[in-house]
Design a protein around this ligand. Structure first.
Ligand code: PLP
Length: 403
């Protein structure tokens, strides 16, 4: 039988059964001319000689699909460097790994619950302390500063009240004290905000959300213009192994191709849903930065000129039981954690995103039991509104108490 022999690699038709199974047509340098980059599942890569390390040698350290994803993300965030991770939390952890024992961190009060947990459970064991500041008031940074302060972390629009904090003002004050500014851009995506341009030093993403966009992959990224910071972020993944799989990178890359069109539709639908919700008699208030009545509407218009993202929160005029009725009775909005996928999701922060806090902690942050959070997807906005209308019809209009 005639075998296809690749002379570069030296396959021969004299090979025996077990060798043929491993080597025939298994040319590591094959080029498929595929329009879409293939998934390079290989864990290991050829060396040409022992004098030079190839561009990829071992997939924990680097892989073509990972490099593709990093290049695209860096270009979209106007960043020089990007490192992708196995999750958003792995990316946050990598940023915190820049801190040393004895260092102090400033963290915005309104921060993703997982970041809050990391800061309060893991960092103290590493001798790193933290003080919270109010990102709605950048001057509060000055009151939280300590001689050992090294880093500040915040995110905006915030979860679940969707406040829009002034990235430029926060970065400017933080830099007066020599802090490294870490900004989590998960809720806006680089289509709406490029925060390195506004003064941040490190951008974090849970690529699980808008970047990938289809609720089918967990991933994270850290981006920076600083080569030393990049080296440390890279050394972290290489050393700890918090790397994404080639398939996950490939899925995120596929999602990224439609980020712009998805974001435009998320923004348009969320604006329509928010404006409609505002007019409903059994809705107490609506939180969406695209509404003129939102406390940060002016900052949002300046900072997010292309749109206000797809997250909308609102309080029903009623009780916790009414919140439950609405969340449990939508037909198109699916009741689930997470956000940023093409499909619309509904959830109650009281038992979902902020369920780990006590009721007092939630009330302190303005998270009422009647608060509902929507991740508005890219379905037809009319269907989304009709769905909310039938669920809101179950709220008793004159309920006396909120709890
Ligand atoms: N940052 C923000 C703002 C998030 O909302 C999340 C997850 O919801 C994360 C980080 C963590 O991302 P992951 O779930 O990909 O680890």
């Amino acid at each position: 039988m005639l075998l296809r022999i690749d002379e570069n690699v030296g396959y021969t038709n004299t090979m025996r059964f077990s060798t043929k199974a491993l080597r025939v047509s298994q040319n590591p340098r094959f080029n498929t001319s595929a329009v879409v980059n293939p998934i390079v599942q290989s864990t290991t890569f050829l060396f040409d000689n022992l004098d030079e390390i190839p561009p990829h040698d071992y997939t924990r350290v680097s892989n073509p699909n990972r490099t593709n994803l990093e290049a695209v993300l860096a270009s979209l965030e106007n960043a020089e460097h990007c490192v992708v991770y196995s999750s958003g939390m792995a990316a946050v952890t990598a940023a915190f790994a820049l801190l040393e024992q004895g260092d102090h961190l400033l963290m915005a009060q309104d921060i993703y619950g997982g970041t809050h947990r990391l800061v309060n459970t893991v960092l103290p064991k590493q001798g790193i302390s933290c003080t919270e500041f109010d990102a709605n008031d950048p001057e509060s940074i000055r009151r939280a500063i300590q001689p050992t302060s090294k880093m500040l972390i915040f995110e905006t629009p915030t979860n679940p009240k969707l406040r829009v904090n002034d990235i430029e003002a926060i970065s400017r004050i933080a830099h007066e004290y020599g802090l490294t500014v870490v900004f989590d851009n998960t809720f806006a995506s680089p289509y709406l905000v490029t925060a390195l341009d506004l003064g941040a030093d490190i951008i974090i993403h849970s690529t699980t959300k808008y970047i990938s966009g289809h609720s089918d992959v967990i991933g994270g990224a850290a981006l920076t213009n600083n080569p030393d910071t990049h080296l440390q972020l890279f050394e972290y993944i290489k050393t700890t192994g918090a790397c994404p799989s080639p398939f996950d990178c490939w899925l995120s890359l596929r999602g990224l191709k439609t980020l712009a069109v998805r974001m435009r539709q998320h923004c348009e639908n969320a604006q329509a849903v928010a404006e409609w919700l505002e007019k409903q008699p059994n809705v107490e208030c609506v939180y969406y930065p695209g509404l003129p009545g939102h406390p940060d509407h002016e900052v949002a218009k300046r900072q997010m000129p292309k749109g206000f993202s797809g997250m909308v929160s609102f309080e029903v005029k009623g009780t916790w039981e009414d919140t439950r009725r609405v969340c449990e009775n939508t037909k198109i909005f699916q009741m689930a954690e997470s956000l940023g996928g093409v499909e619309s999701l509904i959830g109650a922060p009281r038992v979902m995103s902020h369920g780990a806090m006590t009721e007092e902690e939630r009330i302190e942050r303005g998270i009422q039991p009647t608060l509902i959070r929507l991740s508005v997807g890219i379905e037809d906005a009319k269907d989304l509104i009709e769905d909310l209308a039938q669920a809101l019809a179950l709220v008793k209009p004159l309920a006396a108490s909120r709890v």
